[in-house]
Design a protein around this ligand. Structure first.
Ligand code: KIV
Ligand code: ZN
Length: 516
């Protein structure tokens, strides 16, 4: 039994003395995600972010695949990053040369070793595969570069033959071997046994590359580390071929928080890195994604939120806090909400209530939530204002007067917004990629210099079907102090719904700021 944290004894093999190298393949396997294509500029920005995050190795691409990929890998290699930049190559001289021309510090060369891939893809015998692998490793080492060798589809390869391949490349001077679970068929116990068997025969470091076809990529990577692997291949948000690869955040947080393993990852940048990949790939994470998902540290139920407000360890792992991963804790109001959470939300907005008023507010909030509606801060303050007998419009800092938009196939979408701010009339005009974008930019602009908030969330739902569907817009804003407010609006006009939701949220944010 291992004491994970005071008061938490755990059935786990602790590994506090172990350090694991993090090999990130977001820019290579991650870019092979169906539908994802990154520009060279985006790849360079991602590489800088991965460097800031502290990954040890970035697999920047597959230089032989195109001139563009080669140029992109080269620009990352020469970007002055602390991390080692790696390029992928088949066991072919032309592939390896393309890596050399891309100035990488590490060449990752691979060849299929399983029978099915050997016969149906490269059509080579077992002996030919060993010869190609050895020649590739020697070629890389002769050029003075570090070399990693992957036996593609290792987990479906005859185990005795696999050891033979690994021994041959080790003999040829290879620096590290990789065990790819190419089609994600492993389970944790099998992974443990396979890595143990390989580690008993091989002396150079072992790396694993787990695919997520059965949702086990992270678990398999952890088992590989328990069994002796010292490097794991991961991607941001778990992107990659088919169901993707092991997710970096989940793998790193499990390794460090649960096992006590050391890595070089600066975990406080996990959320911002995940958001960057979400934006550039267009692949949105489900809210319940571990570690970096919107709900990872959100609490709704009355008992849970009350416990968390008293002591966060009650309904969170404790060994992983939102601050550790650059996230924040949110108490979400809904049908399970308790009095404690409502009181906290109101107090954080400077709204004081007596017991009777609070009971009434909680009752009304639950009534709304029971109708299936998500409760935003705007809903809460509207209910509170009603209960406290205040007219909420009296408190509006921004009063929207006019909105007009022009759009079309020969026009740049343009919006003009007129509003009263603290009694002064302000007009702003902006262009955008579409009418909603132009209108939201114009609304933001009416605040001039003081518009410091970030659009943290923006969702549009069509409430009913058909072209006349009511657009329900939900917005989350965050100011520079990390305060988040949420608001919504519903309107048959999608531009107006978006504008009203943004103005509602801005009114909440500025009202909250004044009172703090
Ligand atoms: O999944 C795989 O086998 C790969 C190799 C190139 C390592 O991505
Ligand atoms: Zn892969």
């Amino acid at each position: 039994m291992y004491t994970l944290k005071e008061g938490i004894d755990f059935y786990i093999e602790p590994m506090q003395n172990k350090k694991v190298t993090i090999f990130d393949t977001t820019l290579r396997d991650g870019e092979q995600t169906p539908g994802v294509s990154l520009t060279s500029t985006q790849k360079l920005e991602i590489a800088h972010q991965l460097d800031k995050l502290g990954v040890d190795i970035i697999e920047a691409g597959f230089p032989i695949s195109s001139e563009g990929d080669k140029e992109s890998v080269k620009s990352i290699s020469n970007a002055g990053l602390d991390t080692i930049v790696c390029g992928l190559a088949r066991v072919l001289k032309k592939d390896i040369d393309a890596c050399f021309e891309s100035d990488v510090g590490l060449v990752h060369t691979f060849v299929p070793t399983s029978e099915v891939q050997r016969i149906y893809t490269i059509k080579k015998s077992q002996e030919e595969v060993i010869q190609l692998a050895v020649e590739a490793v020697q070629y890389i080492k002769d050029h003075g570069l570090k070399c990693m060798f992957s036996a593609m589809d290792a987990t479906r390869t005859d185990p005795a033959y696999l050891i033979e391949v690994f021994k041959a490349v080790q003999e040829a001077g290879c620096d590290i071997i990789n065990v790819p679970d190419t089609v994600g068929i492993m389970v944790p116990s099998a992974m443990y046994r396979q890595i143990k068997d390989i580690a008993a025969e091989i002396t150079i470091p072992i790396d694993v590359h787990c695919h997520n076809d059965f949702g086990l990529a992270v678990a398999n990577s952890l088992m590989a580390v328990e069994a002796g692997a010292s490097q794991v291949q991961v991607t941001i948000n778990g992107i990659g071929e088919r169901a993707g690869n092991a997710d970096l955040s989940q793998t790193v947080m499990s390794l460090t928080s649960i096992y006590g393993v050391k890595t070089n990852i600066r975990t406080e940048y996990l959320l911002e890195t995940s958001k960057m990949i979400e934006n550039y790939t267009g692949i949105r994470l489900p809210p319940n994604t571990p570690v970096v998902g919107q709900n990872a540290f959100s609490h709704e139920s009355g008992i849970h939120s009350q416990g968390v407000l008293e002591k966060s360890d009650t309904f969170e792992p404790g060994i992983m806090t939102p601050e550790m991963v650059g996230h924040r804790r949110r108490i979400v109001l809904g049908k399970h909400t308790g009095k404690h959470a409502v009181k906290q939300s109101l107090e954080s907005a400077g709204i004081k209530t007596n017991e009777k008023q609070l009971d009434e507010i909680v009752f009304r909030i639950k009534e709304i939530a029971n109708k299936g509606k998500q409760i935003t801060d705007a809903d809460l303050y509207a209910v509170a204002s009603a209960v406290l007998g205040k007219a909420s419009s009296d408190e509006e800092f921004i009063k929207l007067k006019e909105v007009s938009v022009m759009t079309g196939n020969i026009l740049t979408p343009t919006a003009v917004v007129k509003a009263d701010i603290d009694g002064k009339e302000i007009i702003s005009a902006k262009t955008g990629v579409g009418p909603v974008d132009a209108a939201l930019k114009a609304v933001r602009d009416i605040l001039g210099e003081s518009n410091h908030f970030k659009l943290q969330d923006f969702r549009i739902d069509a409430i009913t079907g058909g072209a006349d569907a009511l657009a329900d817009v939900y917005i989350g804003l965050e100011n520079e102090k990390g305060r988040i407010v949420t608001a919504r609006s519903a309107n048959p006009d999608i531009v107006m719904a978006s504008v009203e939701a943004l103005v509602n949220a801005m009114n909440l944010l500025y009202k909250k700021e004044e009172k703090s």
